[in-house]
Design a protein around this ligand. Structure first.
Ligand code: OOG
Ligand code: MG
Length: 253
């Protein structure tokens, strides 16, 4: 299998907003190969000038696993090109078949050099925020195997972050929802994320350390959606709400 070629195919699919066939339908490959392809495709982005801003976890909730038919936690990378402003605009034609999902974001306070657990996770975080993630699988029909989606940087395509709050803010057991044109389309509870969204931070740090990925002050981690995702269309306003947080939104054109 030619990792370089597959990374190029996926990167081009994203650049030109044109879906490609699942890799797994052409060739068998394992998760190690998938993460290697992801890493190469990210190198192409870095060469074009994109900066790594942080990491995202995927399939940390049952709602997401069931929607996509995939049952293992995955991780991908977020770059500055993917970042949108709250109340900003997203041009749908720059994407293939984008979906939105509500997320919780952590901001790292200092360079991470060792794993954390639930008892000390807060010590490495200086901000918590509500976020929306835009996912856009580069595969036809938004369908993929676990290896396919990992190679495709876990469908990462965009994200926006609301205002940052103190790490003391409650993110456990809070209602989270996604709205299209101010109508709730998906509702969930933050504890759907690994039983406690802080577990996502613990897992992301472990994965980053295991994979030699740097987490420095200011890095952002998306915990994984607590609800299923919704397709978005031009003309829509997409918002996320969570108890205790100001709602955030994006306008699709
Ligand atoms: C993969 C990305 C999953 C999440 O929050 O679970 C993810 C996908 O659903 O295309 O971002
Ligand atoms: Mg997500």
């Amino acid at each position: 299998m030619n990792y370089l070629q597959i990374a190029e195919t996926l990167d081009n699919a994203s650049l030109h907003a044109k879906a490609v066939q699942q890799i797994s339908q052409q060739e068998k490959f394992d998760l190690n190969a998938a993460y290697a392809i992801q890493s190469i495709s990210l190198s192409r982005r870095y060469i074009r000038g994109e900066k790594l801003l942080g990491l995202k976890l995927g399939f940390t909730s049952k709602a997401k696993m069931e929607q996509m038919g995939v049952h293992d936690m995955i991780w991908g990378r977020l770059t500055d090109k993917m970042l949108y402003q709250d109340q900003g605009k997203l041009v749908k034609s720059e994407f293939i078949h984008p979906r939105a999902e509500p997320e919780i974001a952590f901001r790292i306070s200092k360079t991470i050099s060792k794993p954390v657990d639930l008892s000390n996770a807060k010590e490495v975080v200086d901000g918590l925020a509500l976020a929306i993630e835009i996912i856009d699988s580069r595969y036809e029909n938004f369908s993929f195997s676990l290896e396919d989606v990992v190679a495709d940087n876990c469908s990462s395509a965009g994200f926006l972050i609301g205002s940052w709050h103190s790490p003391e803010k409650q993110i456990q057991d809070i209602g989270v929802s996604l709205l299209l044109n101010d109508e709730v389309v998906h509702e969930g509870n933050s504890n759907a994320i690994l039983g406690n969204p802080w577990e996502s931070l613990v897992a992301a740090i472990r994965l980053a350390l295991d994979n030699g990925e740097k987490l420095e002050a200011g890095s952002i981690i998306l915990a994984g959606a607590a609800t299923a995702a919704s397709y978005i269309e031009a003309g829509q306003k997409v918002s996320a709400k969570a108890d205790g947080f100001e709602s955030i939104c994006l306008f699709i054109s």
